[in-house]
Design a protein around this ligand. Structure first.
Ligand SMILES: [Zn+2]
Length: 500
């Protein structure tokens, strides 16, 4: 009895010692207040770990702050211990990281009176230290943006700061790198709340404006683009692509965000391209495009429905570029080239839809230009998504014979109700400093039967001219004026303009 008691006492002592050892680092680390905007006369505060939350003492946000701090410390734990990120510089220097709850429009509120331009976000306090401002309504349980999703997003920004402000210049060296800051903050939020109905809420824009360059964000939004919601939220929507990479393509969470503390001068997209490798990343991008086209089959159906509802509520309907052409029980009637405003940019895609009720074999072909509009080498891949009313979706790679030409023949039955021909442009470039975004033009063709397959293999037979076609795919004579496509025996196609 006595012995047993002693043993368990010893165990308890060991347990207490272990607990002390485990908590020692955080207990030993004391933080002091260093705030540009707070005022202890007018404000109440609450601290936990590295964070201090401030609010005007005319209001009572203590219960809210208590809940917030627990969540923020949990986010911090993930950032530091699972994602390899670092504390913000204020915490590293022994100061609390400041979070301010303000009450916009209320004259009683110390913060809204002194800092009327504050919104919802993270900024630099002038000392290189980040601080967060949150209007009281984003902390409401009924906040449409989701109080926890919003808090996770903004807290992730806190843990990006020391990396992107002090260590890794590549993120902001060009305007084409900034998209990753918002995309990963949203990605983190959606990773934390993957079953929330409003996670992935911006997703639909990725299939409605799929032709814009991957790195389109606020900073590089061109003057010649329509100024609408779907073009402005692109950098947020890309969180869905990042979620696909980490949840469906085997990219680890920590490698996705490792750029922040890498010290690289590369843009995030180039860093990712180097880390994952061109062939693998291109396959992931192509696969993601196909799965997004298949009703975003990697998120919940309720989330897909919510994202479509978001599109219907906020999008400019005329700027919907989901399907370049839609065909009914027929091919494209010859070679087709989209207009410049619809043509694929870098790391972008176009989709053609074929609705089918017949038993028919179709051949899908890509014939890309060798270079983009500013001379960079093109790179295309294609995939056909077939939706079958009985067996569901299947995905079929277009067989590429070089970097810009390929074909695929598929036999459809009446149960194959739709085929989506997705053409992705994925050149080996990661920034665009041209006067306008570089386009990567191509022609495509969907033919009934297999006879039209573009033979693009290297031939030992000297090439000769087979036929000429106009824009409509009609066979024409040499002397007919206008744009002609000359098909050679080696499968190459040359575009010429004949003056009459
Ligand atoms: Zn943000």
């Amino acid at each position: 009895m006595n012995k047993l008691f002693q043993t368990s006492k010893k165990k308890i002592n060991v347990a207490i010692l272990l607990a002390c050892l485990l908590f020692l680092p955080s207990m030993a680390k004391a933080y002091t207040i260093n705030s540009v905007s707070g005022n202890l006369t007018y404000c109440d505060t609450m601290t936990k770990g590295i964070f201090i939350i401030w609010w005007d003492n005319d209001f009572n946000y203590s219960a809210t702050a208590d809940l917030m701090l627990d969540s923020m410390l949990a986010y911090r734990n993930t950032c530091l211990n699972e994602l390899g990120m670092q504390d913000p510089l204020n915490a590293q220097n022994g100061f609390y990281c400041n979070i301010y709850i303000h009450t916009p429009g209320n004259p009683l509120d110390f913060f809204s009176t002194n800092f009327p331009s504050w919104g919802n976000g993270v900024g630099d306090d002038g000392n290189g230290y980040p601080f967060m401002t949150l209007p009281n309504f984003v902390l409401d349980a009924n906040y449409a943006g989701g109080r926890w999703r919003n808090l996770a997003h903004e807290t992730f920004h806190i843990f990006q700061t020391h990396g992107m402000w002090d260590i890794t210049p590549g993120i902001y060296l060009t305007d084409d790198g900034g998209w990753f800051v918002e995309a990963t903050a949203n990605w983190f939020s959606y990773m934390r709340y993957p079953n929330d109905q409003h996670s992935f809420i911006e997703s639909e824009i990725l299939v409605r404006t799929p032709h814009v360059p991957l790195w389109l964000g606020w900073a590089n939004l061109p003057f010649y683009y329509p100024n609408n919601w779907q073009r402005q939220v692109h950098q947020y929507a890309l969180s869905t692509y990042l979620y696909y990479l980490t949840n469906n393509a085997g990219i680890s969470d920590s490698s996705l965000v490792s750029v922040f503390y890498s010290g690289t001068s590369l843009t995030p997209q180039e860093y990712m391209y180097d880390q994952i490798g061109g062939p693998a990343l291109r396959n992931h991008f192509m696969d993601c495009a196909a799965h997004m086209t298949n009703g975003f089959d990697f998120i919940l159906p309720t989330q897909f429905a919510a994202a479509q509802n978001e599109w219907n509520t906020y999008a400019e309907p005329l700027d919907d570029n989901q399907f370049i052409q839609t065909y009914f029980n027929s091919g494209s009637g010859g070679w087709f080239q989209p207009t410049d405003s619809l043509t694929t940019n870098a790391w972008a895609f176009n989709t053609y839809k074929l609705l089918n009720t017949n038993t028919e074999t179709y051949t899908f072909e890509i014939n890309g230009d060798g270079t983009g509009t500013y001379g960079d080498n093109s790179y295309f891949q294609g995939k056909v998504l077939v939706q079958n009313s009985i067996t569901g979706a299947s995905f079929h790679d277009v067989v590429m014979s070089n970097n810009f030409q390929g074909s695929l023949a598929l036999s459809l039955t009446p149960n194959d109700t739709a085929a989506y021909f997705i053409i992705a442009s994925m050149p080996e470039i990661c920034v665009d400093s041209n006067p306008t975004f570089q386009l990567f033009p191509y022609q495509m063709r969907i033919s009934e039967g297999t006879t039209g397959i573009l033979e693009t293999g290297i031939s030992s037979v000297p090439k000769f001219e087979i036929a000429r076609y106009n824009l409509l795919g009609q066979k024409i004579e040499k002397n007919i004026g206008g744009l002609q496509f000359i098909v050679f025996s080696d499968g190459n196609i040359k575009k010429v303009f004949i003056q009459e």
